[in-house]
Design a protein around this ligand. Structure first.
Ligand SMILES: Nc1ncnc2c1ncn2[C@@H]1O[C@H](COP(=O)(O)OP(=O)(O)OP(=O)(O)O)[C@@H](O)[C@H]1O
Length: 772
């Protein structure tokens, strides 16, 4: 055998271990050997039965006579090793037989050996033994891929869920109502940590139930923590990615892309120990493994390989069989896998780090992605363009240490800052006198009502870098004031700038220039404080389909810090007020459009806000419920400021203490309903029915009593007059005359005032003729 090994060494690398490592037949081999001598034939039988699939072939020599020496040998092939059976019975068999023959002839030709031998070959069956567990080798080779996939389901779900909340503006809705970003992320982290833990536990228990060696031979805690840390690192990785995308569809696609990258790494790198350990072989610069350590699936694949090679065993590339590993106790975490479970690169095993390092790297991944999430979430502008500057973490405001300017506003300084030297929109020749008065009031440095808007302007830029003709000026230097206890109704066509005004005042979008003071707090730098006293009913309902009306109120009451003891009474009272009490425990996803609006309205009133923004709150409401909502809003007015935008003239007429009409981003008119109707309306319409013969007489009386009266219609004694607003003073006397002559000169009469709708249409018509 020595001669056989020596002759074949240059060809196939076989070496003979003179000192047999096999003395105890039940001891498992601890590494891959080449050719080893064993005590006798029985040893081979027993060994093969106890350690299936660990040998390919054996040779048994026997001496049948002493003189001349007869040597007989039998070549036994392991028939259970089906992977390359054709080689064993074909090419390999011939090669081995030829090799042994050459060795014997060499020995016989050695004059010093004095050996005479006949060569005889006999075939013998290898003991038939059950094949090894196929499933173990599959787990060894594909386990990291399989278990990686189960974690990726959570990863993609996190991406989809968070970006959907962003897309549907649910997150911002909650933030405007007082939710802190840290609380938002922590709640997601907590719920996903529970999911990850359950997933890790189920994976380990299933692995044990199916009897995979990696689960039976490794410490349960080690596996559980490995799956858990991997899941957590993937969740943090997903959180970070959500800051970079705005659409749920893009997020899912990004998730699938990363899933495929991870899958490739797991299946091509870590399913083979030869490639899996190459990072520590010296062939690749050592820093590469640390950079790759930023990918959670790299660390997971590495650790899975360590554990599986010490539990399931190692694939012997020579014999294509698995050599069982020594197992993976907890203590094995602190050292590198034994070198005989590692592949060799040349003559050297790789310098693999301790197994626990993969844990440390996974924990590091959690912190790195947590930091990136925190930074990007603050710096990357949201859907509305709000973002902190890149150095936000250096500002005391961010950390809650309010600077004196953020704590309280010096009214004089604020006023000077927002007016002097600022570009004011030029006053047009025919600017409405009320608008001019309103502007003066806003610029008055001694007048500070609950809400004061000065020079507020919003330009939606077409390009982030430079101004262009395509920029959209949504609000043109608005100046407005609103007293506490009043409701200002904002009217305007689609695109007039109403929602943009509300968005700037509620901190959803930053203003381009100008500022507003809400109870002496600036919307530019004191939004956190303003949010504590603010409620908003946004234009589009921000509701969770799976929550009931009651749960919505509980959620927002929690954010607003409403005491639990007041919660039940609050829910009952508010839901009854808008007639949602009968569906308090029904999921909001099943509500009609009008019901959703009413729930959004109720939400905006939670926490006793001092200022409430209602953006088209009555859209889609039937006349009955609209009246309930009117009386609810009417009651809310006391001690508050309410800003209401609407397309319903009725809403504005009934609720608005003052009505402001916006056209193309500019304030065109502002006053109470009666004054607006008088000023912009067509005045009064009076119809007088007389005898046809006396019509001329009545006409001359009207012309005398109401000089500006305009006859719109005259048919068969029915006269329809339009009295301009300027002739208001003459109306009482004329009405008196009509009553005195009723049943005489006058058969009957009627009077009606211009509607707000007529006023609105007139203002819009006039505005469309003006140049911007
Ligand atoms: N995010 C945005 N990017 C670019 N332009 C915008 C954006 N939001 C609004 N605009 C534009 O600004 C103008 C004012 O829009 P805004 O939504 O404030 O009008 P509105 O009066 O509330 O209209 P509606 O009654 O339809 O709600 C519109 O021309 C609109 O197209």
């Amino acid at each position: 055998m020595q001669t056989f090994a020596a002759l074949n060494q240059p060809r196939v690398g076989y070496t003979l271990n003179i000192e047999s490592p096999f003395t105890d037949v039940s001891a498992a081999p601890s590494r891959v050997y080449d050719i080893v001598p064993v005590p006798n034939d029985d040893f081979i039988y027993d060994y093969t039965l106890q350690h299936p699939n660990t040998t390919t072939w054996g040779i048994s020599f026997s001496q049948t006579s002493a003189s001349p020496i007869n040597i007989q040998y039998q070549v036994w092939f392991n028939a259970t090793n089906t992977a390359n059976s054709s080689d064993i019975f074909g090419r390999d068999a011939l090669a081995i037989v030829r090799g042994i023959d050459e060795a014997i002839i060499t020995v016989l030709n050695d004059p010093t050996a004095m050996v005479k031998a006949n060569i005889g070959i006999a075939l013998k069956d290898w003991p038939l033994i059950p094949p090894g567990r196929l499933s173990d080798s599959v787990v060894q080779q594909l386990g990291s891929v399989f278990f990686f996939c189960s974690e990726m389901i959570i990863f993609i779900n996190v991406l989809n869920q968070i970006v959907t909340e962003k897309e549907l503006k649910l997150r911002h809705g909650m933030e405007v109502m007082g939710l802190r970003p840290a609380v938002y992320w922590l709640s997601h982290l907590l719920s996903n940590t529970v999911l990850v833990l359950i997933n890790a536990l189920v994976t380990c228990l299933c692995g044990l139930a199916f009897g995979f060696k990696i689960f039976r031979n490794a410490n349960f805690g080690v596996l559980l923590i490995m799956f858990f840390l991997f899941g957590e690192a993937m969740v943090m990785f997903a959180f970070f990615i959500t800051t970079l995308v705005r659409r749920a569809r893009v997020a899912v696609l990004a998730g699938i892309f990363l899933f495929i990258i991870g899958l490739l790494i797991e299946s091509f790198v870590f399913s083979s120990s030869y490639i899996g350990y190459i990072w520590w072989s010296g062939i690749i610069p050592s820093g590469v493994s640390y950079v790759l350590g930023l990918l959670p699936f790299f660390n997971f694949g590495h650790m899975f390989l360590d554990i599986s090679s010490m539990t399931t065993g190692q694939l012997d590339r020579l014999t294509n069989t698995y050599i069982p590993g020594p197992g993976f106790p907890w203590s094995a975490l602190y050292s590198a896998p034994p070198s005989d479970t590692l592949p060799f690169y040349g003559d050297n095993p790789p310098a693999v780090p301790p197994v626990i390092q993969a844990w440390y790297l996974l924990i590091m991944d959690c912190f790195v992605y947590g930091l990136l999430l925190w930074y990007c979430d603050n710096v990357i502008p949201n859907e509305y363009g709000m973002a902190f500057p890149p150095w936000f973490f250096l500002t005391p405001d961010y950390w809650g240490f309010e600077t004196s300017s953020a704590k309280s506003t010096n009214r004089n300084e604020w006023q000077t800052h927002n007016t002097s030297g600022k570009v004011m929109i030029p006053i047009e020749g025919d600017e409405d006198s009320d608008v001019l008065v309103e502007r003066d009031r806003a610029l008055d440095s001694s007048y500070f009502p609950a809400l004061k808007i000065v020079n507020l302007r919003k330009v939606y830029r077409n390009s982030a870098l430079f101004a262009s003709k395509l920029d959209k000026i949504a609000v043109r230097n608005s100046c407005l004031t609103v007293e506490q206890g009043t409701l200002l109704a904002l009217l305007g066509q689609n695109g007039a700038g109403k929602s943009t005004t509300i968005s700037m005042l509620s901190g959803l979008t930053p203003s381009t220039s100008g500022d507003a003071l809400i109870y002496d707090m600036s919307v530019r730098n004191q939004m956190q404080r303003i949010r504590k006293i603010m409620g908003i009913c946004p234009q589009h309902d921000i509701l969770f389909d799976d929550l009931t009306a009651r749960e919505h109120i509980e959620l927002y009451a929690g954010l607003k810090g409403v005491p639990k003891s007041q919660l039940k009474a609050l829910i009952d009272e508010r839901l009854y007020a808008v007639r949602l009490h009968t569906v308090a425990d029904v999921r909001a996803g099943t509500y009609s459009g009008g019901m959703k609006r009413r729930l959004s309205l109720v939400i905006s009133t939670i926490g006793d806000p001092k200022i409430i923004f209602l953006d088209e709150p009555t859209t889609g409401m039937d006349p009955v419920n609209r009246r309930h909502v009117w009386s609810f809003i009417e009651k809310l007015k006391r001690n508050r400021v309410i800003i209401l935008t609407t397309h319903s003239m009725e809403d504005a007429d009934v609720l608005g203490d003052r009505i402001a009409v916006m056209c193309k981003g500019r304030l065109r008119a502002i006053n109470n309903s009666i004054a607006l109707k008088s000023k912009f309306g067509t005045g009064y319409r009076i119809s007088v029915v007389t005898h046809q013969a006396q019509a001329d007489q009545v006409k001359s009386i009207v012309q005398r009593m109401v000089p500006g009266a305009h006859l719109d219609d005259d048919s068969a004694g029915a006269l329809i007059y339009r009295f301009p607003a300027t002739s208001m003073g003459a109306i009482p006397g004329f009405v008196k005359w009509l009553e005195q002559n009723k049943n005489g000169l006058v058969k009957s009469w009627g009077i009606s005032q211009s509607t707000l709708e007529e006023v609105f249409l007139k203002l819009i018509r006039e505005s469309s003729h003006k140049k911007q």
